[in-house]
Design a protein around this ligand. Structure first.
Ligand code: FAD
Length: 486
């Protein structure tokens, strides 16, 4: 009510929860209100999947390592936190990316945008594809746009437009890096709606993506706020790693109550007729028995955990339908002198058909100059994807050997690493199923109607990227306040 404190419980201390809390405070201030926020997370540290290790002069990211510069919510947050001067871009001398094909690294043809060719000449010349595959892709110029209006999988869409060869050899390894997914099971509408728009507006995916590129070049999207020093980089991070953002958020949220090492296990809605006008509309029960009173709740836990919380109140099939893939990464540090390898790019991706253990390898010290002392090399190899997850649970030494064998075959690296860091992220990559947007929208609409002030958000919903999570946190803050006060 008026003049009282607004009590909020934020469930989950990942970037979605932290930005929800941050923007709830901001929203409260703008509305001239006083907010008391409690953040709950079973982990002892904030950040969720963001996890930076600083070791021996290296900046090692165990989870996400960077973000797309053109997505502004994270840039805005960096400015809000006063850490914009900490932003750093990729090494301009390491722009090349490679694809493994028949055991050899092939430079990605220039002009690929999200795996879609937008320049014809380099695409026509690439040794990655057969003539048949290239001709099939060119059919995109003449095939009519589909008249179906519903969602479909990215895999079905791409093979429909460009053929299965381009899909499997180029688009899949590139796009799958983002979701560790099987493109035939991922929703197009929820992941790359711009592909479908391109087809609809231009009758051709390639033509549409080219038009988008021209448009972006003429009128760069609102990245004008990016510090000049990093303006030309497509990806950005912070010089001290993504932990820099966590540290700044931690400080900005110093007044936020923490309940770390504890889970929210249930919540309930109080009936004002039964509990009196003064009772809080909601109560959140924590795993240690504590009960938190709340006027608003923001749930940012992964879909399977959110489903457990919501199941007593409504049908949660839309959440249970979101499968999460397990992945791991193996980071290795080397003495540069011991390698004798020249890294003239940012790394390589691996199509499924190659049969290696690793799905990709980032040449981290070449891509990010801040990440390693200059006489050292840092490599980050990825394992695990939809349909190939058992590898994640191989014992450390077996996993290490499998990864080293791959980089020996692909890059000729035989040197002993100075150290190796393995990170396993079980059930960490949400796979938006076909129909995801519609199904989750229905669930969230129902939730808003039945339990105003309870907001369901996070990477499970409307974008997995860090900027998307921050945007969703901001939307949560204004949404919760709107349902509370109008
Ligand atoms: P999380 O970080 O998963 O946080 C959710 C939190 O909820 C967790 O801390 C969990 O402990 C907590 N929780 C669960 N249940 C409960 C409960 N009952 N009560 C209280 N708390 C609970 N994105 C990029 O933009 N760039 C990248 O380079 C990138 N790389 C990635 C690499 C990997 C290996 C992975 C896994 C993801 C990557 N992503 C990347 C995606 C991005 O990291 C995530 O989408 C994002 O960090 C998710 O944030 P979140 O807060 O929504 O979820």
């Amino acid at each position: 009510g008026n003049g009282k404190l607004d009590r909020f419980v934020v469930i989950g201390g990942g970037i979605s929860g932290l930005s929800s809390a941050f923007y709830l405070l901001k929203e409260a201030k703008q509305r001239g209100r006083k907010a008391v926020i409690t953040l709950v997370d079973p982990s002892e540290r904030i950040g969720g999947k963001i996890n930076t290790l600083r070791r021996d002069g290296f900046i090692i990211e165990r989870g996400p390592d960077s973000f797309l510069a053109r997505k502004t919510p994270i840039i805005d947050l960096a400015y809000d936190l006063g850490i914009e001067h900490e932003l750093t871009g990729t090494n301009p001398a390491a722009k090349k990316t490679y694809i493994l094909h028949h055991g050899k690294l092939h430079a990605m043809p220039p002009g690929l945008v999200l795996g879609i060719p937008t320049e014809i000449a380099p695409f026509a010349k690439t040794s990655l594809l057969t003539w048949k595959g290239k001709l099939r892709a060119a059919m995109d110029f003449v095939l009519p746009a589909s008249k179906e209006t519903g969602d479909e999988s990215i895999g079905d869409f791409l093979s429909r437009r460009l053929g299965s060869e381009v899909m499997e050899r180029v688009a899949e390894p590139l796009l799958a890096g983002i979701y560790a997914g099987e493109l035939r099971n991922l929703s197009l509408a929820a992941t790359f709606p711009q592909f479908r728009d391109a087809e609809r507006k231009h009758g051709s995916l390639i033509r549409g993506m080219r038009a988008n590129k021209r448009k972006a070049a003429l009128a760069p999207p609102s990245v004008s706020r990016v510090p000049a020093a990093v303006k030309n980089s497509m990806f950005l991070t912070f010089k001290g790693g993504l932990a820099t953002m966590l540290e700044a958020l931690d400080a900005a949220l110093s007044n936020v109550e923490r309940r770390m090492g504890r889970k929210a296990v249930a919540f309930r809605q109080n009936d004002p007729d039964e509990h009196g006008e003064d009772s809080a509309p909601y109560e959140v029960l924590l795993s240690d028995g504590e009960i938190l009173e709340a006027d608003g709740i923001v749930i940012t836990a992964p879909a399977y955990d959110a489903a457990d919380l919501l199941e007593p109140h409504m049908n949660v099939d839309a959440l249970r339908d979101i499968r999460y893939v397990s992945v791991a990464n193996v980071v290795m540090a080397f003495d540069k002198a011991s390698l004798g390898v020249d890294f003239d790019g940012s790394g390589f991706v691996v199509p499924r058909s190659e049969g290696t253990t690793i799905t990709a390898c980032t040449w981290t010290s070449a891509k990010w100059l801040h990440a390693s002392p200059s006489n050292k090399v840092l490599l980050r190899c990825y394992v695990g994807r939809a349909g190939d997850e058992a590898v994640v649970d191989l014992p450390d030494d077996v996993l290490k050997e499998a990864v080293r064998s791959d980089i020996r075959l692909v890059m000729g690296i035989t040197a002993e690493p100075l150290f190796t860091e393995i990170t396993r992220l079980h059930h960490s990559m949400p796979q938006y199923p076909v129909g995801h947007l519609q199904k989750t929208a229905q669930l969230r609409t129902k939730l808003r109607a039945e339990m105003p002030g309870v907001w369901l958000t996070g990477a499970a919903f409307d974008g997995v990227g860090l900027p998307d999570c921050i945007r969703q946190g901001k939307e949560a803050a204004s949404g919760v306040y709107k349902s509370l006060l109008g």
